[in-house]
Ligand binder design. Sequence first.
Ligand SMILES: Cc1ncc(COP(=O)(O)O)c(C=O)c1O
Length: 444
Amino acid sequence: MAVNQGEQVKSLQAMTQLTDVDEQLLQRDADVFFHQTLSTPVFNTISKAEGTCIYDGSGKRYLDLHGNGVHTVGYNHPKVVQALKHQLDVALSFAPRRFTNEPSVKLAERLVNAAPEGLSRVLFCPGGSEAIEMAVMLAKHHTSRYKTLSYEGTFHGAGFQAVSLGADPHFRDGLGPMMPGAMHLPLPDYYRNPWQSSDQADIDDRYLAQLKQRLLEEPEVAALVTEPIFYNSTVPTAYYWQEVRKLCDEHGVLLIFDEIYTAFGRTGKMFASEHFVTPDILVVGKGFGGGVVPYAGIIGREELNTLQQQSIGHYTHEKSPFCAAAAQAVLQVVEEEDLVERAELMGAYFKEGLFALQHKFELIGNVTGLGLNLGVDLVKNRETKERAIDEAHQLMAYCFERGVSFKLIQQNILNLKPALIISKEEIDFILNTLEDGLKHIQQA
Ligand SMILES: Cc1ncc(COP(=O)(O)O)c(C=O)c1O
């Protein structure tokens, strides 16, 4: 996840007008929080998050295409808010361990019903990183193996085990040995790959050969942990995942899909797995809590329900009726508002618009993604595919000033992931703003 938050913050800071009150809040933030890269320094304040938008301290509105991935059903969705208020009104907002409760059980049942066929057991926890933790520990117990495979540069959470899966130096450097047995493979990439190939089947086979080789060399692998659609919006082929699934089965390795970003409709299916294959364990988070409460979990195969003497998710808020109420409302909204279908349709419309821009502007080297999970790769030169880092920062800042907020991935890929309730008019506004920005950069 090659990120340079410092540069992104500088570009956006230049476009932000802060009031004295904002300046003071930024200073108080800097004075009281531990500093850490990617989180500090902040460049603006937020006063409201509603629907598809966020509002800064001065009330300026931004269409939010980032939202840390929690804004699946939109911010502050009335049904989510109502469900939470109800849970407080009936005075059941917490369940001590060993007491079950209706909202938690109902949520679990509802999630199992919505999940891909064959996934029938769940466990909840406060956040995505912990859910990854549970998935990996379950795989280790089940296989009696301790190694993991994951892809270089990915992000699966901020906890130690999740960081070990990720391999980003920002999180690992200086900590000494990471989780024993955490091994990494190059992240499949159709656009830039070591073989300069543009033949998807050929690229798939080469990456699959690397996986196969590693599995032959390493008999102790418990799980392959990966997102089904990568963070840079690269969409592996169904063939790739089918072959991965076969290799995992042949080698007794569990396949864990981290759907913390992609679940609940974002890619035009309820779960991104449905485009490809069913994993052994599917991990959800982020939008699960409706963008209001932190909540996450795992959904796994029945055969994995074998632990009697070990614990993999002993979390205080494991069966929180409050969080469960929010998550249930999310599932209800996704269903009632047809957000899965909407993401598919709006995503196709958005992507078509991006392709049209690619046609007009040499700067756009590649458009990728599925549903409302899109990436636009800016290049200095379509032949060399050299990343257009300065231009990407300029475009991001240009759009931000005009009320469209997104982040960059690998410094040059526009990461476009709006709330699934986004309208056609809002997509048009984003496309027009991008077009104006690209013209502006071209002229300069
Ligand atoms: C793909 C993916 N997995 C896991 C996580 C970790 O989730 P959390 O921040 O809730 O721990 C994230 C968060 O950004 C993520 O994007």
